[in-house]
Design a protein around this ligand. Structure first.
Ligand SMILES: Nc1ncnc2c1ncn2[C@@H]1O[C@H](COP(=O)(O)OP(=O)(O)OP(=O)(O)O)[C@@H](O)[C@H]1O
Ligand code: SF4
Ligand SMILES: [Mg+2]
Length: 331
């Protein structure tokens, strides 16, 4: 099967007064039609910059290299005009910060309508009906009144739902969702994730879902990719990565998630903090925090090696990490 999206060697650097920093470093992954890929990693690991790089939604100081193949075309090489017809249409993005993505001076219905006018052939009355339906879908009641309001009249969680409604308006084939449910309470979070999954089933929509929540990965995603300091360090089917984490960082992440019935004292935690982009350690960038590190980790950068047909990790000591066992493998 041909992937819906194929990302190869994506590298994004920012230039500032003090030089260049690399926020996304040689990232490659593929998403199959109808697949949900979870992108996880600590704050600052490059998840949002990766998603924004795919659609070139970054400031001018960003330099993006690599290939992002979507329906046979490279989004990185595409003209801005061509890319505009893809953005918000076939590929939609839910941004991490709803306020920056919404236009503060336009009522919500106009923002949904703009998307529907650009990317569908619905008539004016069909667009009104669809806008109301989208508000219902994301759990905003009293749609006729709410649609006339402006973004500042919505709470943070409501704004996030409005943004989700706009992103889903065009029935996208690929949804890039950056922490789409963080500001929402658990019931609504559950509802939105179910909605995304039902659209995936109905439209064979592919999804890249950025989340801090490994519980969400377990219940929502088919595949996952773990990022650390701008690189993907482990990727695979969710069941395989959870059962047999093969990179020490992934093992640490899985171990730091509290689960029902688990004593707090049994949790692992990852010592230390992620590196700053201007001081990424040589070799494996995780080595200063890694209990498995040896000399080679400090000298050389580990390459991504297959663990199985659907699972790969970039760790010199995968065998020792695997032997240490999965913190969730016994579930
Ligand atoms: N416009 C920019 N200019 C310079 N550096 C940037 C810019 N945008 C992001 N960065 C840097 O790139 C790195 C990755 O940021 P990114 O927002 O992708 O992290 P993240 O994984 O999404 O984190 P979080 O979980 O907190 O959202 C960070 O060090 C950030 O400071
Ligand atoms: S390569 Fe070395 S430092 Fe990096 S995660 Fe593996 S064991 Fe740890
Ligand atoms: Mg982010």
């Amino acid at each position: 099967m041909t992937p819906a999206l194929e990302v190869s060697h994506l590298t994004t650097q920012f230039t500032s007064g003090s030089g260049k920093v690399t926020a996304v470093d040689d990232v490659s992954f593929a998403v199959m039609p109808g697949q949900v890929l979870g992108l996880v990693g600590e704050s600052g690991s490059g998840k949002s910059v990766t998603l924004r790089s795919l659609l070139r939604l970054l400031p001018r100081t960003a330099q993006i290299e690599g290939r992002v193949i979507w329906q046979g075309q490279d989004l990185i090489g595409m003209s801005e005009k061509q890319l505009r017809s893809v953005r918000g249409g076939d590929i939609s993005m839910i941004f991490q910060e709803p306020m920056t993505a919404l236009n503060p001076v336009l009522p919500v219905w106009l923002q949904i309508d703009e998307n529907l006018r650009t990317h569908t052939s619905l008539s004016a009355s069909e667009r009104v009906a669809r806008a109301r339906e989208l508000m219902d879908l994301v759990g905003i009641s009293d749609a006729p009144r709410r649609l006339l309001q402006y973004p500042h009249q919505f709470s943070g969680g409501m704004r996030q739902r409005v943004m989700i409604a706009i992103a889903l308006a065009s029935n996208p084939k690929l949804l890039l969702a950056d922490e789409p449910t963080t500001a929402l309470d658990v019931t609504i979070q559950d509802q939105i994730l179910k909605l995304i999954l039902s659209l995936r089933d109905k439209l064979a929509m592919s999804v890249v879902l950025v989340t801090h929540d490994l519980g969400v990965v377990a219940t929502t995603c088919d595949h996952m990719a773990v990022m650390y300091a701008g690189r993907i360090v482990e990727t695979g089917a969710v069941s395989s990565v959870f059962a047999q984490p093969s990179h020490a960082y992934t093992r640490g992440l899985l171990g730091s998630v509290p689960r029902a019935g688990t004593q707090r004292s049994q949790l692992l935690s990852i010592e230390g903090t992620p590196p700053s982009l201007s001081a990424i350690p040589k070799g494996c960038s995780f080595h200063p925090r890694c209990e498995f590190a040896t000399d080679i980790c400090r000298r050389s950068t580990p390459a991504m090696l297959p663990q199985s047909a659907t699972h790969a990790a970039a760790c010199f000591h995968s065998d020792r990490v695997i032997a240490a066992g999965s913190p969730v493998g016994a579930q």
